[in-house]
Design a protein around this ligand. Structure first.
Ligand code: F6P
Length: 199
């Protein structure tokens, strides 16, 4: 059967500093993940009934950490702006500690309602869920297998959708780095999941 893979980009420079947002490149560890990903994925691509391997597509965001992570994958690629990480607006480039110190009100608001909280000049999880609609429609229409290389908040939204998770739980779904999530549609419309941890 056809499969959908979800993965975050390899660890970024900003990840190592605990900074949110930005458009940083990969750390050494992140680069390692990017180098291991092609073989892991190749070993998982299913065969069609006539013994051919399934046609594949790779979707990334427009941020360099996903583009670099996908760079070794030998399949056609599409960059989607809709797959870019949640926009943190005026908090972009800060650590959570800095946000708590400089904008304690914002920090508290987000903690209270992470799903609906919108960053000043930025986005909420609800905004992200909404902008992902065309991605989801396209993913469900595709005949090919699709590997989506994106970001923590975006993948929470996509995973929540594909795995039928309650909306309120979406902003806290565990989507670790260096983990390839493989989703396989079942006959009853639900998805089977396997995770490959590459650390
Ligand atoms: O820290 C990595 C990151 O992708 C940030 O760029 C983003 O703001 C954050 O995760 C989203 O996670 P959370 O909604 O838990 O802050």
């Amino acid at each position: 059967p056809r499969k959908i893979w979800l993965t975050r980009h390899g660890e970024s420079q900003f990840n190592t500093m605990g900074k949110i947002g930005g458009n940083s490149s990969l750390s050494k560890r992140g680069q390692m993940y990017a180098e291991l990903l092609p073989d892991i994925l190749a070993s998982r691509v299913p065969k069609t009934a006539d013994g051919q391997t399934y046609p594949m597509a790779v979707w990334t965001s427009t941020l360099q950490r996903t583009i670099i992570t996908a760079s070794g994958l030998p399949y056609p690629k599409v960059q989607w702006k809709a797959l870019d990480e949640i926009q943190a607006g005026t908090c972009d480039g800060m650590t959570y500690e800095e946000v708590a110190e400089v904008m304690p009100g914002e920090f508290a608001e987000r903690r209270k309602d992470k799903l609906r909280y919108r960053y000043p000049s930025g986005e909420s999880y609800m905004d992200v869920i909404q902008r992902l609609e065309p991605v989801v429609t396209e993913a469900e229409r595709e005949k090919e297998c699709v590997c989506i290389v994106s970001h923590q908040a975006v993948l929470r939204a996509l995973y929540g959708y594909f795995m039928n998770q309650p909306l309120e739980s979406v902003p806290r779904i565990d989507i670790p780095l260096h983990t390839l999530m493989e989703l396989t549609p079942r006959a009853d419309g639900t998805m089977a999941e396997v995770r490959f941890i590459v650390d």
